[in-house]
Design a protein. Structure first.
Length: 336
């Protein structure tokens, strides 16, 4: 099965009221582990690569690894998505490589640091949608800035997504999916106090835009057992804290259809590699530590797939092509 448009996976998730995990990758072992988990649980899957991942894998390697993943797993509907694209140029580059979906993170300027105005965000996001949709490619935008609700920086409502703006943003940009800021942040240190998501924002957006697929970035749970393994074998990650799966599950009924996970995968891999190095320092064949790392990641992702409700969904999906999506966008009047 060729790579499928991400929009289809989100539409299917909406029909079945579940969420699809979007797992970040940089190399072959990560891709293999995620595909193995999808195969075991019969799940659809979104594999995503950041700009850093594309650079690390020299672009072409990632492209062919994903072609291999699709060829090896013809029964698994798999979308390939650009995570945190920062410009139209980057989106074009990813689409040329065969990505079936792109994120344009217009909440920040091209430097990925400076916040933009609402108008700037609309303009760059719309330019990406105007380029991607005629090619059948899915577009994810972002409104609001990720950050903890109680971390002092993100305590103001300004950083969380404003539902009024979300309605205007979606109308003006015609994005397929919208990343919303509801109190999560990237990485292993998300909360100082008890984790709390701004459920009311998701509920309000869902009420006003029931068809919209929302995306939750910063969705790693930072499981204590994985942190313990890292620390037990020489790591140093005190006070790491993530979003409990129960919090994630609480937003799924309100239109959160894509859940981004990178940090938990990094923890699983690092813990497994540290364990081998610590227990058997005489080993130096990369396969001796990359294999357990790949297995640890596959176990983690399979559990995520069950928890998010993605498991079992693959069999119900008849893959669409980018050509089908062009017809779909024409039908919506989004392209000519
Ligand atoms: O959102 C960020 C993702 O975790 C990707 O991280 O830019 O270090 O590849 P990265
Ligand atoms: P985590 O750091 O919580 O895994 O979030 C990843 C993410 O949002 C990638 O876009
Ligand atoms: Zn993100």
């Amino acid at each position: 099965m060729p790579l499928v448009p991400m929009r289809q996976l989100l539409d299917e998730a909406a029909k079945g009221n579940y969420a699809v995990g979007a797992y970040n990758v940089n190399n072959m072992e990560q891709i293999q582990a995620i595909m193995q988990a999808a195969q075991e649980t019969k799940s659809s899957v979104i594999i995503q690569a950041s700009r850093g991942a594309l650079k690390y894998s020299n672009f072409t390697y990632l492209k062919y690894l994903m072609i291999a993943a699709a060829e090896e797993n013809p029964n698994i509907p798999t979308a390939l998505h650009l995570d945190h694209g920062n410009s139209l140029a980057t989106a074009k580059e990813a689409i040329a490589l065969g990505f079936t979906s792109v994120m344009i993170d217009g909440s920040l300027k091209e430097d990925s640091k400076t916040p933009t105005t609402f108008e700037e965000n609309v303009a760059v996001t719309r330019s990406v949608a105007e380029y991607a949709h005629p090619l059948g490619v899915t577009v994810e935008g972002e409104l609001g800035t990720l950050g903890g609700i109680e971390d002092g920086v993100g305590s103001g409502k300004v950083l969380l997504t404003n539902p009024d703006q979300a309605v205007e943003f979606v109308e003006k940009t015609q994005v397929d999916a919208l990343a919303v800021a509801i109190g999560t942040s990237h990485g292993a240190y998300k909360f100082k106090a008890e984790p709390k998501l701004a459920l009311h924002i998701v509920k309000e957006i869902n009420q006003r835009l029931p068809e919209l697929h929302m995306v939750m970035h910063g969705s790693s749970s930072v499981p204590q057992e994985l942190v313990d393994i890292v620390n037990k074998y020489g790591g140093r990650m005190p006070n790491a804290k993530g979003v409990p799966m129960s919090e994630i599950q609480s937003v799924i009924p309100y239109g959160v259809r894509k859940v981004n996970i990178d940090t938990d995968g990094r923890l699983a891999i690092t813990g497994a590699i540290r364990k081998v190095f610590f227990e058997t320092p005489e080993k130096f064949d990369p396969r001796d530590y990359l294999k357990p790392a790949r297995e640890a990641l596959a176990r983690l992702v399979a559990q995520k797939m069950r928890d998010l409700g993605t498991a079992g969904g693959a069999e119900k999906i008849k893959a669409l092509t980018l050509e089908d999506m062009k017809k779909f966008y024409r039908g919506k009047g989004w392209i000519k």
